[in-house]
Unconditional design. Sequence first.
Length: 389
Amino acid sequence: MKVEIKLICLLLSTVCFTACEKSKEDLEGMTSNFDIDLNKANNAGYSTLFENNEYILLKPNKNQYIVSPEKIIKHEDKIYISTRDYNIFIYNLKGEFLNVIDFTGEGPGEIRKIDDFHVVKNQVIIKDGYLKKYLFFDLNGAFIREEKDIFSTSNFYIGDDFKLLYPHNDPELGDFRIFKINEDNSVKGFLDLGEYLKPSVYLHDGFQNVPNSDEIFFGLPITFEVAYFSKNGTLTQNIKLDLGENQTSPQERAKFSSMQEEYQFLSLNNYIDSFARVFPISTKNFMFVVNKGGNYPNVVIGSRDGMVVFNSEAFLDDVNNLKKATVPWTFSEGKVISWNRMNVLYDDYKTNYSADKNTKLELLFNENPDYLDQEDIVLMLSDIKSEFL
């Protein structure tokens, strides 16, 4: 334990020096603003934004059930899904169950808590913040090795000779929100933590590769910022979103002693808590989903130069005339991936379907009659129309 504490202190002591390499003027040059009025949204649906929708029913494993998907990654011919009960399910593109990484325990090769995972260089890499280690698996879910870590709960990105970490605004780790750890254990901090941000863990995709680019993307919760990093792990752009009357400050939120009180304050004033989802969709644009009250969330596409490309407050499947939202969840290998449960989709379809031709969703129902009343996960993989990329 003393060795670990000493190493943490050694690493963090370097932040003070390495994080100040750039002048204040340089940092200001990296920052841009993105203003949006969510109340000026339209009601555009799937037919406006998406094309080539494909549906995949994830056939259940007899022994384990996907409680609730958290992070979804499509990698070549497989789909990887982490869940709230700390498993990673592996499926093929037909929805057939292949394996599950569920080595629950505290021994070698075992997992107590999944903070984050990535599929990198034909390996599935998991960060367990509770046990402070990285675990490496092959693409089929077979354990390869593990590597000790000194950091607890955090999102991560592994580059060629560095790691990026987002430790969920933990003030004990220094004055920054994101850290770059180099191979020589030198540390560089990015984005000032500030005085009022409280430690809090939010569900999101963590660090992501920008499509058709070497850049790395991260959406910062609570403050509504999106950050871009170079392939070397250096911050190159930070975009601060201003949601107008639907956003309050960390300073206001810090006044509340309990999360329940804070959420009541947000709800009463129609303030948005944080991103529901946020991810890059091209080298120029990013998509985010926020819940501002009402029946449906806002789905927005913004550009890196501050333009609102798409803004819908009723983003529904108008192809099948569905009335329950299946919101975009992530972007992986050129596809927006959304999910819902089979019984929810089918009940909505039975009630509201009015198209005069067969659709791929209807084909899914016809091919899987035994699953129509089940809660199994259905993934929708969609292309974004070129005018929005």
